[in-house]
Design a binder for this molecule. Sequence first.
Ligand code: UP6
Length: 266
Amino acid sequence: PTTKPYAVRADAHPNPTAKRLLKLMDRKKSNLCVSIDVTKCEDALEIVRRVAPAVCMVKTHIDIMEDFTPAFTAELARLADEHDFLIFEDRKFADIGNTVALQYSSGVHRIAEWSHITNAHPLPGPGIVTGLGKVGKPLDRALLLLAEMSSAGNLAVGDYTRQAVQMARDAGRDWVVGFIAMGRVDSDGDDDFLVLTPGVGLVAKGDALGQQYRTPRQVVYDSGCDVIIVGRGIYGIEGDAAAVLAEAEKYRAEGWKAYEDRLIQA
Ligand code: UP6
């Protein structure tokens, strides 16, 4: 996958959401996902409006919103259509199949209704993938498995990571389209999974709580990942709307250059 253009990979992908993502990445020249980790709906929407032209995806943590109403996700969905990006709810499901199916479809947030992509920890075993699939597959949604994490001391390493990749292969790419990982965890096969990578920053090296940052170039060029996920490095900067968009644009340009260089080098 690292040697093929996103557009070529789009044509061959069996999952409609992954196909759409790869196509729009090519169209917008963006492999940037902005993570919106603020707790007020209006603040979140304001960030989305600022960065929309530069992103292929917006990532939410819907359970941190203090004033959530369904109007928030409706507006997010409208912005996604208007500005051509996908919505990724970073829910990190981690329970038995029956429970996650309810958490995905129901509750206050009804994640499956508005989130194109979500993710799960492989920890509970393949039932989590099947349970979420009962809800998400009929809606043409896509699932990512957390094969690795960016935080210091995390346990998703070695055999755990290998088994996460195997679980995705067993489930099929029509539902599990890829991974949250720090590098090309699927490199022992020629199946084309998406690798989305958090822990990306141009300035900070980490935070006080174990987060570890690498640059877009290290992530996309050196490690062969497909999408960079940036939160505080973009929405956390000082300045007005234009400054936030300029920062997002900086990450977009770096991520895209690293991708183009990766193709040339191959
Ligand atoms: N995230 C990580 N590391 C992981 C998985 N997920 O940082 O291994 C998520 C966090 C946060 C975002 O939950 O929403 O990615 C990173 O934000 P930051 O760029 O502000 O550190």
